[in-house]
Ligand binder design. Structure first.
Ligand code: PMT
Length: 402
């Protein structure tokens, strides 16, 4: 899979730099053409000669040295590489990348890069947990950078906690996954729904739910990464849409129904991550309802089940649903999968820590109509989204062969 692929490994200053030597060696053994860029600080931890010997290419450190590639090195490297991996990614370099600084060769290459970038952060626990670092990572993820979360454990400085760089085999596997999934949805249109709907009671009040849109936006981002045209039908959320998404903002379930039905004919795949209200007030008051001194009784009527309606007319399109459950996860999800005529269903128990509404992580099971199921570990929502997209790519491949 990696044969002939050009991979730039950026090494920053941190004790985990020694592990990058193993990564470079693994990538090269797998047939990749590996170029190493080291920051001047990284050279304090590992000698460039080690990296040069393992990669079989000159190592790039200086911004203004003699060209090693016969052009302007940083632009050349940024454009030629199929993948850029920064491992370890120090807090300092993550901050530079998030701010668009370009004061060393690696930072400059990152700024000039348009293709996929994988970051493997490694740093002291307190630095990693610092809200500034977390905000920088969140910003980079939002911009499409892939982040391999650091491991938890004993650190060289004596502290314990998250901050240990992912192990080289894990980084290697992530490189394979990224390069195998690249542009696999090219030419496909994917409709993603995200966020919660709001069912108006009057002009100032509504019935809503806790959906932040993070899961759906991550799915949209992963589909864009894979080369798809993405129509993102979104309930009201406070997130920046992934660059490239065609956003269709909606408020209520009825509006979402209209938008989805309008765009459905142009789609190859629909992924419904939105939390759609099943009921709405029968009447929405034109003016703010005043306190009358007594109770207020609202009559709720059923909303259309958008996914179920799509299931009736799906033809050869691929239909992927989500299920938010609070008990009997797999049984309830399996029933929904059949009832809505889906090709895949992502089930999450929203009562589990780190899963469901609002969190940056999710814990999901993936169910198929033939009874097959996979349970994924707790992962960042971006990672979950990429796993979902890779399964969708496999299903589309299978359909093409049939
Ligand atoms: O947005 P986040 O904060 O990141 O949270 C993510 C999430 C918890 C919202 C997401 O992971 C999730 O579970 N989304 C589905 C929520 C939901 O509405 O589940 P459900 O089991 O009620 O519905 C099943 C499926 O039918 C869903 O795909 C839903 O979009 C769809 N549906 C439901 C009702 C309805 N009237 N129309 C629908 O299309």
């Amino acid at each position: 899979m990696l044969r002939g692929k050009i991979i730039v490994v950026g090494v920053t200053g941190g004790i985990a730099a020694y592990k990058s030597a193993e990564l470079v060696s693994r990538l090269r053994k797998a047939g990749a053409e590996v170029h190493v860029i080291m920051t001047p600080n990284a050279c304090n931890f590992v000698g460039p000669l080690t990296m040069q010997s393992l990669s079989a290419h000159p190592v790039h450190v200086e911004m203004f040295g003699e060209s090693k590639l016969g052009g302007i090195d940083h632009i050349e490297l940024a454009q030629r590489a199929h993948l850029l991996v920064m491992a370890p990614a120090s807090a300092n370099m993550i901050a530079k990348a998030a701010c668009g600084l370009a004061d060393n060769l690696l930072a400059t290459v990152l700024l000039a890069r348009k293709g996929p970038v994988l970051l493997a952060p490694a740093m002291n626990t307190a630095m990693y947990l610092n809200p500034l670092t977390q905000a920088n990572l969140a910003k980079l993820k939002q911009l499409g950078y892939q982040v391999l979360e650091p491991g938890v454990g004993f650190q060289a400085c004596g502290d314990q906690g998250p901050g240990r760089m992912a192990e080289p085999p894990e980084i290697f596997a992530a490189c394979e996954r990224i390069l195998s999934g690249m542009r696999r949805l090219e030419g496909k249109t994917v409709l993603v729904t995200a966020g919660g709907t709001r069912e108006p009671i009057d002009p100032v009040r509504y019935i809503g739910n806790h959906s932040s849109g993070k899961m759906g936006y991550a799915v949209a981002g992963a589909a864009i990464e894979a080369g798809a045209r993405v129509i993102l039908v979104s309930g009201p959320v406070s997130l920046e849409p992934p660059p490239g998404a065609e956003v269709v903002p909606v408020g209520s379930a009825s509006e979402m129904y209209q938008a989805v039905m309008e765009h459905f004919p142009a789609c190859d795949v629909v992924i419904k991550a939105a939390a759609v209200a099943d009921y709405r007030p029968e009447q929405s008051s034109e003016h703010k309802i005043k306190k009358s001194g007594g109770d207020l009784v609202l009559k709720l009527v059923q909303n259309p089940d958008i996914l179920k309606e799509l299931g009736k007319i799906k033809g050869d399109k691929l239909l992927v649903g989500f299920a938010a459950e609070t008990r009997d996860l797999l049984d309830n999800a399996a029933e929904k999968l059949q009832r809505k005529n889906l090709d895949m269903l992502i089930a999450n128990d929203v009562t589990k820590p780190g899963a469901g509404f609002g969190s940056d992580t999710n814990l999901v099971a993936i169910l198929y109509p033939d009874g097959g199921k996979e349970i994924l570990p707790l992962l960042g929502k971006s990672e979950v989204a990429r796993e979902i997209i890779s399964r969708i790519v496999a299903l589309l491949d299978k359909k093409t062969k049939e």
